[in-house]
Design a protein around this ligand. Structure first.
Ligand code: NAP
Length: 292
């Protein structure tokens, strides 16, 4: 098992919408941050602030006491952990923390392969969106060993404000699925309420002033609803990533013979967006389906 030595060098792999802000907070907190991303240019601004670029995930891993991954899809997670120049092959006495939204089974696979090399791992997906990442106010849902969780908690606290160990490896990802299941039906409700407002001749922006302060309030309505009203469909959170999450949630629910009709409907509507080539919209782009 990884000995829980003081963490000074943090590897960060996946510097997209979320990862760029998150790695920036760690750098600002005084850690040496080692970077790798598929598109190198996305690391330029962090390197200019003192982060160090490495040519492969493995090289990042070899130079880091803790390695955080924030890539896109489970296939990307597989590649950075298990690829020839990947993390597992090169990490040495490090704690591996996958913050990508990925499958619980893949979290368990990482834990098994890591343990064979004496490495500890946690799954720690997040919620709070691009704004939560920017403001270091993420909700972080963790699965894994409590001693390892306690050891990395001060670092996770640089990224988020609600950080809870939910259980053993995989339970962080299961908790994130609960989050995505709630969001799936909520964002449909927001799009439906606002399309009703439009159709009946109300001003949706003024409607939002009323209902955004009532029992329906929340990130989906107040932030994403506001973007729907002005037709701002830039990502935030990519539709293609949400479809990935909904598929994982549907698969897990089917295995448990749990019927979740709202989840299935949301999956079909977001897949409709992808069929129209809108998979790189933010999730608020679902409003377009209702404007037809
Ligand atoms: P993103 O902007 O696509 O960032 C992912 C980054 O990972 C990209 O920069 C990508 O490289 C890099 N990457 C992918 N595969 C790689 C590989 N094999 N090797 C090296 N780098 C690789 O996505 P994001 O919005 O930051 O989301 C990241 C994860 O967090 C996703 O799983 C998403 O579901 C989850 N999440 C997102 C939000 C949100 O609001 N955005 C909220 C909560 C959770 P390229 O630059 O070459 O594409």
């Amino acid at each position: 098992m990884t000995s829980l030595t003081s963490i000074k060098n943090i590897g960060f792999i996946g510097l997209g919408i979320m990862g760029q802000s998150m790695a920036g907070h760690l750098l600002a907190a005084g850690y040496q941050v080692n970077l790798y991303n598929r598109t190198k240019s996305k690391t330029d601004s962090l390197v200019a602030k003192g982060a160090k670029w490495f040519d492969t995930p493995g090289e990042v891993a070899a130079h880091s006491n803790m390695i955080i991954t924030m890539v896109g899809f489970p296939s990307d997670v597989e590649e950075v952990y298990f690829g020839e120049k990947g993390i597992i092959a090169s990490a040495n006495n490090a704690i591996l923390v996958d913050m990508t939204t990925s499958s619980p089974s893949l979290a368990r696979k990482i834990a098994v392969q890591a343990a064979k090399k004496g490495l500890a791992s946690l799954d720690a997906p997040v919620s709070g969106g691009d704004i939560g990442a920017r403001d270091a106010k993420l909700t972080i849902m963790v699965g894994g060993d409590k001693a390892v969780f306690d050891h990395v908690l001060p670092i996770l606290q640089k990224l988020g404000t609600s950080i809870i160990l939910q259980g053993d490896v995989g339970m962080g990802q299961h908790t994130k699925m609960c989050n995505q299941i709630v969001i799936a039906s909520t964002i449909m409700g927001v799009a439906e309420g606002l399309s009703y407002a439009k159709k009946v001749g109300l001003d949706p922006a003024v409607v939002l002033q009323s209902i955004g302060g009532g029992a329906a309030s929340g990130f989906q309505l107040n932030v994403l609803g506001a973007r729907m009203i002005v037709g701002d469909y830039a990502p935030g959170f990519y539709v293609e990533h949400f479809i990935k999450d909904l598929k994982i949630a549907v698969e897990e629910a089917e295995q448990m013979q749990l019927n979740l009709p709202g989840l299935l409907l949301a999956k079909s509507l977001f897949e409709k967006m992808a069929d129209r080539g809108l998979q790189r919209n933010g999730t608020q782009g679902i409003f377009q389906i209702y404007l037809d």
